[in-house]
Design a protein around this ligand. Structure first.
Ligand SMILES: CC(C)(COP(=O)(O)OP(=O)(O)OC[C@H]1O[C@@H](n2cnc3c(N)ncnc32)[C@H](O)[C@@H]1OP(=O)(O)O)[C@@H](O)C(=O)NCCC(=O)NCCS
Length: 168
């Protein structure tokens, strides 16, 4: 294993990026769309074994205060050696001082806790996709049920918003 990291978008083999993300089940976009996706991202990192891409990660950002991490993926045979940690830390370094959000699979919640992330009670998301895909996400544990409230939120008056009545 000869792992190196690259944080620029020049001379990237987008086919390899697409294949890593497909292999890990994170994204199905073809190479030409991954090129758009990563080139439009604020921060990127690619892990290479010699000349081949084996891991990727990217973050969106306004460049000042708000960032979001996506597509952290590393081929199976490279996992467990600290490469994923370096991918995530390299992204965080590039958005240092900014608020960072992400969503992840339930199995990697604990991983992100190790980097200091906390789960948010008010994060809201609107996913695109078929009914089946959204059903799958609910079953996997990505999404809380529709209109979900945490136990301590029942009875909170400020969460039961009613529009003021309009005057005549
Ligand atoms: C997530 C992923 C990038 C981690 O890569 P990795 O190289 O195996 O991770 P590392 O070896 O650098 O481990 C980093 C730390 O996280 C921990 N960790 C790794 N996988 C974990 C998991 N699933 N749950 C909890 N902790 C985990 C490690 O123990 C390690 O902790 P330490 O540094 O305190 O010892 C990789 O497993 C992967 O690509 N998985 C499939 C895709 C995925 O789930 N991506 C995340 C969702 S966006």
């Amino acid at each position: 294993m000869n792992i190196t990291y690259k944080t620029n978008k020049e001379d990237v083999n987008w086919q390899e990026v697409s294949e890593v993300l497909k292999r890990l089940g994170l994204s199905n976009h073809p190479a030409w769309e991954q090129e758009i996706i990563f080139k439009n991202s604020y921060a990127v990192v690619f892990a290479y074994d010699d000349e081949r891409i084996v891991g990727v990660a990217r973050a969106l950002s306004d460049g000042v205060c708000q960032a979001a991490i996506y597509n952290v993926a590393l081929d199976d045979e490279y996992q467990g050696h600290g490469i994923g940690r370096t991918l995530i830390e390299t992204l965080l370094e590039q958005v240092k001082g900014q608020n960072v959000i992400l969503y992840t699979h339930p199995r990697t919640v604990h991983l992100y806790e190790k980097f200091g992330f906390r789960r948010s009670k008010t994060a809201m998301c609107m996913f695109q996709g078929s009914e089946e895909k959204l059903e799958w996400m609910s079953e996997q544990g990505f999404l809380l049920p529709k209109d979900f409230r945490f136990a301590d939120e029942y009875g909170r008056k400020d969460m039961q918003y009613q529009a003021p009545e309009r005057g005549e």
